[in-house]
Design a binder for this molecule. Structure first.
Ligand SMILES: [Zn+2]
Length: 457
């Protein structure tokens, strides 16, 4: 027998669909059929409302419901910690002194190579859980701390496993071209990636996209172009760490290749903005790294806005330059440091982030909301307060309902939109993280969010 329909009422939907601020539907309803969102709109127009016993009604207690958050740029799978480096930097030590003391990216490479897949997943799980506790339902995870074939593949496999462990969508990105490993020439290493590492990752179904670090301390546009040609030959979309420390033309290359996104972009020039606008690629802004490195040149947000380039925001969660596992703080920083509006920041962590992962345009009645059909509910009475980080936490208007369990600020994930198109991998279909439902007074079934498993390794 088919499961009864579930109708969520007493909520406000910030659909993020263009046209009205936040795409708001006040006093909305969401219909869930066969475990998937099948309808969202004004409560007065809700189907099945008068259908009697075949529909279960859930009271969302005035929550705001948004698309699930999409963290479209992370390096959260890795071994070790580099907190000590931060202390050294604050004490005035320079890059070379830190490297001589065993720090820098190569210290993460050493720590990552030492871990098997089980240990890598176990060390990385608390970072994923921190993202999930703040409302993330889809996360991108890059390799790039192996810099050899076995470890790069192991990182991607660990990332896939994390998605299965938590029932969330993980998109993996091959970032073998993150740095040149010790003892290698950059061209020779790029040859290895093109000849061996990337083909093996692709053959094993471990890479959803290909990324590189295009910078004077990493790889040149010419070297990146060779990698991109190999990726496109395999049908893999490309992304790029571009113009973070200098303007090296990476964004224009990415745009020329029709890539999904150019990320960082502090030093992007007008030509780069125009190239991104023409290609439709997303500009991914990463305020955590900007903050951590105490940069002074912000990405050209006003020029991007004027040119109509979609802007996404992500945590860039990584052990060195952005040890940040808070999407709410990332959105807050995007406003305070980069000048995004709160609405742009939320669109950047939902609709535009989905686009940066190639997950937009999947069809279905609510796919315009981005975020692949999942929805987060927030026990907040005013739309922007839920996602601007801890600054508004605890104010009287935002008191959480009694059933809401700290430390999660996000409420339950509503089920996934089934008609949003097929997922790339059957084993990582974005599934609901189910809470417990119990009958409340008057037979209204109330949804109890599951306690997030912070540090649950
Ligand atoms: Zn990055």
């Amino acid at each position: 027998m088919a499961a009864p329909d579930q109708l969520w009422v007493n909520l406000h939907a910030a659909t993020m669909a263009p046209g009205t601020p936040y795409g708001t539907i006040p006093d909305a309803a969401i219909l869930v059929r066969d475990g998937s969102i099948s309808w969202i709109g004004p409560r007065a127009e809700a189907p099945n409302l008068a259908a009697g016993g075949t529909t279960q009604i859930h009271d969302a207690r005035g929550a705001w419901v948004t698309p699930g958050l999409v963290d479209c740029h992370t390096h959260l799978v890795h071994g070790g910690s580099r907190a000590r480096e931060w202390e050294m930097r604050l004490a005035g030590e320079g890059y070379e002194a830190i490297a001589r003391a065993g720090g820098g990216i190569l210290s993460t490479v050493r720590a990552t190579r030492a871990l098997d897949e089980d240990a890598l997943a176990a060390e990385s799980l608390p970072r994923l859980d921190a993202l999930l506790a703040e409302g993330v339902t889809t996360v991108e995870i890059k390799s790039g701390y192996g810099l050899d074939t076995p470890t790069e593949l192991r990182m991607l496999a660990a990332a896939r496993r994390l998605g299965r462990m938590r029932g969330v969508t993980v998109r993996t990105t091959f970032l073998g071209a993150h740095a040149t490993p010790p003892g290698w020439d950059a061209d020779a290493y790029m040859d290895l990636l093109i000849r061996e590492t990337l083909p093996q990752a692709h053959a094993a179904g471990l890479a959803d996209a290909v990324d590189a670090f295009c910078e004077r301390i990493a790889f040149t546009p010419a070297q990146v172009r060779r990698l991109f040609e190999a990726a496109r030959g395999m049908g893999l979309p490309v992304k790029l760490h571009a113009e973070q420390l200098s303007n090296s033309g990476g964004a224009a290359l990415l745009a020329e290749c029709g890539g999904l996104s150019a990320d960082h972009l502090e030093h992007l020039d007008d030509a780069g903005v125009a190239a991104l606008a023409a290609s439709g690629s997303v500009a991914v802004l990463l305020p955590g790294a900007y903050y951590m490195l105490r940069e002074t040149q912000a990405p050209p947000v006003e020029a991007l806005r004027r040119a109509g380039v979609p802007m996404a925001v992500a945590t860039d969660c990584n052990p060195g330059t952005s040890p940040l596992c808070s999407p709410l703080l990332a959105m807050n920083m995007a406003c305070t440091l980069f000048g995004l509006s709160p609405e742009e920041a939320l669109a950047g962590f939902t609709r535009q982030a989905a686009r940066a992962l190639g997950l937009h345009d999947r069809g279905g009645p609510t796919s315009a909301c981005g975020a692949w059909g999942t929805r987060r509910s927030w026990p907040m009475r005013w739309a922007c307060r839920g996602w601007l980080g801890p600054l508004w936490e605890g104010t009287p208007d935002d008191r959480e309902p009694a059933h809401h369990t700290r430390p999660a600020r996000a409420g339950p994930v509503l089920p996934v939109l089934a008609d949003g198109g097929a997922a790339a991998h059957a084993d990582e279909q974005p599934g609901p993280r189910r809470g417990r439902a119990s009958a409340g007074p008057g037979g209204v079934r109330r949804h109890r969010p599951r306690r997030p498993q912070l540090g649950g390794v």
